[in-house]
Design a protein around this ligand. Structure first.
Ligand SMILES: [Zn+2]
Length: 136
């Protein structure tokens, strides 16, 4: 059994995103009209309003933009203290995630290089792999 986690936002677009995580592929939508990356998943491009897109695989590299430790528990699966980091992906989008166990949030530095890692997860929609970032 995988690690229980808070229930994911699930709609047809997010279902496509999460399906890629089963193969540990971090993909986001790219507008096929203007090439802008869409993250979070969206039905239309916020640049050109096109509905057309394709899924592109990301490099799995980024840098630490900001981070925080929640001192209050918002989900029973994530008891406080619970770290979260905003990662500026090399491709541009900002990705917010938790840190893998064993990574000390106090060790992060502004602009530090981070790389993709995966944690197991399970919710009412089934098992999946959760993309997270850790120091390179
Ligand atoms: Zn567009």
């Amino acid at each position: 059994m995988a690690t229980p986690r808070p229930v994911r936002v699930m709609d047809p677009l997010n279902a496509e995103f999460w399906a890629f995580t089963l193969d540990k592929e971090l993909r986001v939508q790219r507008c096929t009209s203007c090439s802008k990356l869409r993250w979070p998943c969206a039905a239309i491009c916020d640049e050109c309003l096109s509905e057309a897109y394709e899924w592109v695989r990301l490099s799995g590299r980024g840098k630490a933009l900001s981070w925080i430790v929640f001192e209050r528990s918002y989900f029973p699966e994530y008891p406080a203290p619970h770290p979260a980091v905003a990662v500026e992906l090399d491709e541009g989008p900002i990705f917010v995630c938790t840190l893998p166990p064993g990574v000390d949030v106090d060790s992060l530095t502004d602009g530090q290089s981070l790389v993709l890692d995966w944690l197991d997860g399970e919710d009412q929609f089934g098992e999946y792999n959760l993309p997270v970032f850790k120091p390179a």
